[in-house]
Design a protein around this ligand. Structure first.
Ligand code: CCH
Length: 287
């Protein structure tokens, strides 16, 4: 049971499961957003909180939740993520003991699992930091670039080529918004369900440049309603990335296994967990 020792509340697994259940409940209730779910934008918040990590200096990462502050919240890459932060504000009010940093990552885990994705093990222990810990702009990937840029960005966090491809499968989810990134449209026909469809579409569709006034992006020849970013297409033009796209397109179980492992790694970059910290596995509400 939850321990209340001398006025210091020490949350336990079941307390975090309560936070999980609350996020899951709100995801279910607030279905009047985008494609019917805040799930994708919660995943993006957790990723952008974590993806600032620099392994050389140990700065950035999910420990700190510094995107709460203007310098980082206003970085172009973070446009639109206020929707996710605002969505979580009532959860923070109901469970004030959880740090924003732990809450954002727990919500990403919850969103993935509730959107029928793989189980993502979770460890709490992140501590919110002050504005001085904001990371400089430019640490997150720029969608208009190619394979060299992807490697520069993701190697800096400590990932390899296989992990870059596995992480990119998150683009099965959600969409681009012209008023956020400037790009437009979803990657798949099921943007609120975790699947390996992103890889299948990359390989099987014919992708051509979209004719429009917006930033350069691809559209599928068949329906003209799906999109790929230049960085997405880099995964099939690069000799080392492409075999992983092929593997994940063929084998959804392999994708789920590798995606779970790599997103757990992403969410824990730079977090100084206590040696005794346990990994929690939350029960999905639909299981
Ligand atoms: Fe992403 N992503 N992402 N992405 N992303 C966008 C949306 C989502 C890049 C660019 C964009 C990852 C990797 C990359 C999600 C998860 C991940 C958008 C549209 C752009 C642009 C934003 C908008 O307009 O709202 C680039 C470049 C990379 C390079 O690799 C990784 C890694 C992850 C997670 C593991 C999710 C989810 C979305 C949908 C958000 C939404 O609001 O629907």
């Amino acid at each position: 049971s939850s321990g209340e020792t001398k006025g210091i509340f020490t949350p336990k697994f079941e307390d975090y499961q309560k936070v999980y259940n609350e996020v899951a409940k709100l995801l279910e209730e607030k279905d009047d957003y985008d494609d019917g779910s805040y799930g994708p934008v919660l995943v993006r918040l957790a990723w952008h909180a974590s993806g600032t990590f620099d392994k050389e200096t140990g700065t950035g990462g999910s420990n700190g939740a510094t995107m709460r502050f203007a310098p980082e919240g206003d970085h172009g890459a973070n446009a639109g993520l206020k929707a996710a932060r605002d969505f979580l504000e009532p959860v923070k009010e109901k469970f004030p003991w959880i740090s924003y940093s732990d809450l954002w990552i727990l919500s990403g885990v919850c969103a993935i699992q509730e959107m029928q994705g793989p189980t993502i093990p979770y460890r709490p222990g992140r501590v919110d930091k002050e504005v001085a810990a904001c990371t400089p702009d430019g640490r997150l990937p720029d969608a208009s670039q190619g394979n060299k840029h992807l490697r520069d960005i993701f190697y800096r966090m400590g990932f390899n080529d296989q992990e870059i491809v596995a992480l990119s499968g998150a683009h099965a989810l959600g969409r681009c918004h012209t008023d956020r990134s400037g790009f437009d449209g979803p990657w798949t026909f099921s943007p609120t369900v975790v699947t390996n469809e992103y890889y299948n579409l990359l390989l099987k569709e014919k992708w051509t440049w979209k004719k429009w006034n917006g930033p350069k992006q691809y559209e599928d020849k068949t329906s003209k309603s799906l999109m790929m970013l230049p960085t997405d297409m880099a995964l099939i033009s690069d000799k080392s990335f492409k075999p992983w796209v092929e593997k994940y397109a063929k084998d959804n179980d392999l994708f789920f296994k590798d995606f779970s492992a790599v997103i757990t790694k992403l969410f824990e970059l730079g977090v100084p967990f206590a040696e005794s910290s346990e990994k929690y596995t939350f029960k999905p509400t639909n299981a």
